[in-house]
Design a protein around this ligand. Structure first.
Ligand SMILES: [Zn+2]
Length: 849
């Protein structure tokens, strides 16, 4: 609960803990409201530390007794831990505490989900299990004994013994407490085996609730592919005899990389063609890979403190993106990641929640599991790889694993391996870790005497706490094309290091057309006035798939802006160019589907805001509707035929080829439904035998105003399946007409299956609602009030999920005075809630500014 004055923690104040932990032995006597945890911990004075104060973190624990070297002690216990006088030589600390997993609704520490015990300790959950130095730089081996009636009892490491009512595990790899995990319940497993590159046999299991066994095969294949990929690409081998994954229904995050025992939100591991969409399959493959890759980037080498979170997350997101690109399509993955970055990270980086990839202070670390730390953190690593080259990147990573295995590290350690492996000075590059905000780069061009010159100017607008920024190192990938469409200069990386810098290209026969920031080589906003014709040229000819997509995206934006601001009609010349791409069957259907996706309404609000026009959510929604209507009409002659040509005529597979076709088919169906009153969507719904086709049909039926019967039928068919019902909840509110969205959301929270205690269900409704841009931003403020009501209700139960959901208000300064006043009033109402959690209090305060 909220402290009188929330404490801010600073990176600069870091000091090592006064003691090292040589071993940890834990015994759990499980009981829903009275679990006993008995700890036996060997401490020794830390020669690298000067401060010998003995403080152990602990929250919501009832201390039964404590001993040092077998002698009873009476520690000084406070709300956040305990202090005790200890010997100045190595000693054994023992304690017994009681905790109540059943009533732990925050889902941090040890809690229960559908009768099953599970844990979530990152970042600071272990302190709710027992008294311990709960900080990532304190690493130790763990031995864990679990006593209880549950059939399955799991912890980290390898199993070392079991008997009637007990099981014991030992993890030989020293780890911080945030990687501790325990699971106990009546679970069933989907088993498999893997032989590592050195011939070591590993037992693999996915543990689920009975009834979910048939949804594990895909996850298991993804795990084996990840293990092989990490051996082949990074030379990293698995290091225990067993690797367990457990699916949990009530989970705040996607998944957690606990050593040897990954705990997953069931939505991120369970999959079957009937219940999961292509997107679910792709996401599951990526998350299983991500958590598995953490075994080296996160577990074997961990973070010294939570300010270094990007050390493990940025790198592991980068690695999982490489994996997905290898398994599927590289350009499609890149474009999808940039869409996501712009939708989630850019608004964060340009608003009141802006913070550096490595923050310098926090009140609640849970609030820093952000798109900036994860996704921008991965972009920074991508830039580093671009700058040093693939071979040097590999050398640096080998050195990183070699030098730091078993350590808790910092960004300085990370950059030093690159400096040592390449001889480069990365002092300026490091600004990417310390400066917040999205750099803006403007470009001008010059053509004289066969020399073509590009001049770049960079500047980063002020962000909270950082008014002035120094120029950063920005890799700008550029290619040049001839007016006839041939590429005359293939992709070259220009390394920008100054505020203003020019690059010349010589020996050209005619003035080229530049393709700038290919592959989105840096997470920046490119500011360049480009004519319609030049964009259309790049849409038709660019050899870089990303920039071809980008040219189209910019044409779509310009078209929408003109429709919103001037009441213009659609840009028919652009639509003709887009038509050629969409009908080009030599192109990947997944890429063509991405070309058809219009900028989101939230993105358009940001575009207008930056142009000095106050965005009107209703006008944005209307323009997008009108544009889709025009597209449908202009293309009605070929839509049904093209859609039929990408129909999959083979048993369902969630691979890149089939899912690309279904994705294009779905985009075409959305247009077709505007003309036929939903007839094609109804036919697809009736015939669908996989969730991808069923859900895309249902969404088009709702959008065409013909969804009532199908919505009911869908509920009847799937009411037993929690994960499918999450889709049902989210879709209705997400697809609702803006003036109906609040009513739909109010109806859904009255539904008997709405359960605010389940983060997936809460996010399905509230997240789906906030994504309904014009519905959420309804002029009378009803949307804001509705969401604020539910955030206030959830805060008592689950601060972490509440605080994260507050970020939907972060873009509030974009809107008109009336909406700003309404949002401010709701934020102030949340802030005034008695006993507001530290998590939510910090988020709301930062958003208010
Ligand atoms: Zn991660």
């Amino acid at each position: 609960m909220k402290d009188a004055a929330p404490k801010t923690i600073y990176l600069k104040d870091y000091t090592p803990f006064g003691y090292v932990v040589e071993s940890v032995h834990l015994t759990f006597r499980l009981a829903p409201t009275s679990t006993r945890v008995i700890s036996r911990i060997a401490f020794a004075p830390n020669p690298d530390a000067t401060d010998r104060a003995f403080f152990l973190h602990g929250e919501e624990l009832s201390l039964i007794w404590a001993k040092i070297d077998g002698q009873d002690v009476l520690p000084d216990v406070t709300d956040d831990g305990l202090r005790c006088t200890v010997p100045d030589t190595p000693f054994i600390w023992e304690a017994e505490v009681e905790i109540s997993p059943q009533t732990n609704t925050a889902l941090e520490g040890l809690y229960m989900s559908n009768g099953m015990y599970c844990t979530q300790c990152e970042a600071e959950g272990f302190r709710k299990i027992t008294y311990y130095p709960d900080r990532p730089d304190v690493m130790s081996t763990f031995t864990v004994r679990i006593e209880g009636e549950e059939k399955v009892k799991l912890s980290n490491g390898n199993p070392v013994g079991s008997g009637d009512g007990w099981a014991e595990w030992h993890d030989p790899w020293p780890k911080p407490a945030y990687l501790f995990a325990l699971v106990a319940g009546d679970l069933v497993n989907h088993p498999d085996r893997f032989t590592t590159m050195s011939g070591k046999e590993v037992e693999l299991n996915i543990w689920v609730r009975p009834g979910d066994e048939d949804k594990c095969a895909f996850g298991m294949e993804a795990l084996k592919k990840s293990m092989t990929w990490d051996e082949e690409v990074y030379g990293r081998e698995y290091d225990l005899d067993i690797f367990n994954i457990v699916a949990v229904d009530d989970f705040n995050m996607g998944a957690m990389e606990n050593k040897g025992l990954n705990v997953f939100n069931s939505s991120c591991v369970l999959a079957s063609p009937e219940t999961s969409t292509d997107m679910n399959f792709e996401r599951i493959e990526a998350i299983i890979a991500h958590e598995y890759f953490h075994n080296w980037t996160g577990n074997r080498i961990t973070c010294r403190d939570w300010f270094q979170l990007c050390l493990k997350e940025g790198l592991t997101v980068f690695r999982d993106a490489q994996f997905t690109a290898d398994m599927r399509s590289e350009p499609v993955k890149r474009i999808s990641d940039v869409i996501d970055l712009r939708a989630r990270q850019f608004p964060e980086d340009q608003g009141p929640l802006s913070h550096p990839v490595r923050p310098e202070s926090f009140q609640e670390i849970n609030n820093f599991y952000t798109a900036t730390v994860y996704e921008k953190g991965a972009e920074v690593i991508g830039m580093l790889k671009t700058l040093v080259g693939d071979d040097a990147y590999k050398r640096a990573l080998d050195l990183y694993f070699d030098r730091h295995d078993g350590q808790a590290c910092t960004i300085e350690d990370w950059l030093r391996v690159f400096e040592d492996a390449t001889g480069r000075d990365l002092a300026q590059f490091k600004l990417w870790y310390s400066q917040s905000g999205t750099p803006r780069v403007s470009v001008s061009e010059d053509w004289a005497d066969g020399v073509y010159t590009l001049t770049f100017r960079q500047h980063t607008p002020p962000t909270p706490g950082q008014d002035v920024k120094d120029p950063k190192v920005i890799p700008v990938a550029v290619g040049l094309l001839n007016p006839n469409g041939d590429e005359v200069v293939p992709t070259r990386v220009l390394e920008m290091t100054k505020a203003e810098q020019s690059f010349a290209f010589e020996g050209l026969a005619s003035k080229p057309i530049p393709s700038i920031l290919r592959g989105f080589s840096a997470p920046i906003v490119l500011e360049r006035t480009v004519s319609r014709e030049e964009r259309a040229f790049l849409l038709a000819h660019d050899t870089d798939a990303f920039n071809r997509w980008e040219a189209n995206r910019n044409l779509a934006r310009d078209c929408l802006v003109a429709m919103i601001r001037n009441g213009a009609g659609p840009d028919m010349a652009w639509l003709e160019g887009l038509e050629r791409v969409v009908r080009d069957d030599t192109l990947d259907p997944a890429f063509r589907a991405l070309m058809l996706s219009l900028p989101t309404q939230s993105e358009m609000a940001q575009v207008l805001f930056e142009m000095g026009t106050t965005p009107d959510p209703d006008a944005i929604w209307q323009a997008a509707e009108d544009l889709r209507g025009h597209m449908a009409e202009a293309w009605q002659g070929f839509l049904p035929e093209l859609r039929a040509s990408v129909a999959v005529d083979a048993p369902y597979k969630p691979d890149a080829e089939q899912s690309g076709k279904r994705s294009l088919g779905s985009a075409l169906l959305a247009l077709q439904s505007r003309l036929d009153g939903g007839a094609a969507a109804q036919a697809q719904y009736d015939a669908a035998d996989d969730m991808t086709l069923q859900l895309s049909a249902l969404s088009q039926l709702i959008s065409a105003g013909q969804g009532a019967a199908a919505t009911k039928a869908f509920e009847q068919q799937w009411k037993h399946d929690r994960l499918v019902m999450d889709k049902w909840f989210g879709l209705q509110v997400g697809m609702a007409k803006p003036d109906m969205a609040v009513d739909v959301a109010e109806g859904l929270v009255e539904h008997p299956a709405f359960d605010m205690g389940n983060p997936n269900r809460f996010r399905a409704v509230m997240g789906g609602f906030a994504m309904n841009h014009a519905g959420f931003h309804r002029k009378d403020g009803a949307g804001y009030a509705f969401l604020a009501d539910w955030l206030i209700k959830l805060d008592d139960k689950n601060p972490q999920t509440t605080a994260r959901m507050c970020s939907v208000f972060q873009t509030w300064k974009r809107y008109d005075d009336g909406r700003q006043a309404l949002i401010r009033a709701q934020l102030e109402r949340i802030k005034a809630k008695p006993k507001l959690s530290r998590d939510t209090d910090e988020m709301v305060s930062r958003i208010l500014g």
